[in-house]
Design a protein around this ligand. Structure first.
Ligand code: ADP
Length: 193
């Protein structure tokens, strides 16, 4: 199963992706995590990415597409994957379609986790308090920037997938378990179809 999880910063994509990994035995490909580990390792790409991430902006599409193209060719992705944080622009979504087409496959479903913006701010403020702000981009100022970037550049990706009939929009305002159940239902409906 090839899935995309879409949703603004703090929507709970990471939590739900982990649960989908446990349930379906396919890897979570979190581009944010990949970039943070590249930054921690001090690679050239990682250093450039860190400065961009810390400003709450997006890493260039060509860099992201190259990272994903390499990642989906690793053997653990043979039976599918859960994309968390990619695609974040229409150009990335189009590039992903091409990558999958070249490999004779396609996406099965796109899960959009919808939450209201006031909730995002309070969730991330909690995350900052709990973690002591270990993530360079977890500050209230950067959060507002990331939400604005989401609205402008990533929200249109939902429309792109809606036109392809791939999207299932889940209410992300419930408890973690309620969101997990709603996602399971959306995926069950797909395989039955
Ligand atoms: P969140 O979902 O909490 O905003 P992520 O961990 O997904 O955070 O991403 C953190 C940062 O990494 C983003 O703000 C952005 O700078 C960069 N990033 C991650 N994925 C992408 C992507 N697909 N395209 C461009 N930049 C990305």
């Amino acid at each position: 199963m090839r899935l995309v999880l879409l949703g603004p910063p703090g929507a709970g994509k990471g939590t739900q992706a982990e649960r989908l990994v446990a349930e379906h035995g396919i890897p979570q490909l979190s581009t944010g995590e990949m970039l943070r580990s590249a930054a921690a390792a001090g690679t050239a790409v990682g250093k450039r990415a860190k400065a961009i991430m810390d400003r709450g902006e997006l890493v260039p599409d060509d860099v992201m597409v190259e990272i994903i193209a390499e990642r989906i060719d690793l053997p653990d992705c043979a039976n599918g994957f859960i994309l968390d944080g990619f695609p974040r622009t229409i150009a990335q979504a189009e590039a992903l379609d091409r990558l999958l087409e070249e490999r004779g496959t396609k996406l099965d479903r796109v899960i959009e986790i919808a939450v209201d913006e006031g909730m995002l701010v309070s969730r991330i403020e909690t995350r900052i308090k709990e973690t002591g702000g270990v993530r360079g981009d977890d500050s209230v100022e950067t959060l507002h920037k990331r939400i604005a970037v989401y609205r402008r550049q990533t929200a249109p990706v939902a429309g792109y997938y809606r036109r392809k009939g791939l999207i299932a929009t889940i209410d992300g305002m419930g408890s973690k378990d309620e969101v997990t159940a709603a996602i399971a239902e959306a995926l069950g409906a797909t395989s039955a179809a």
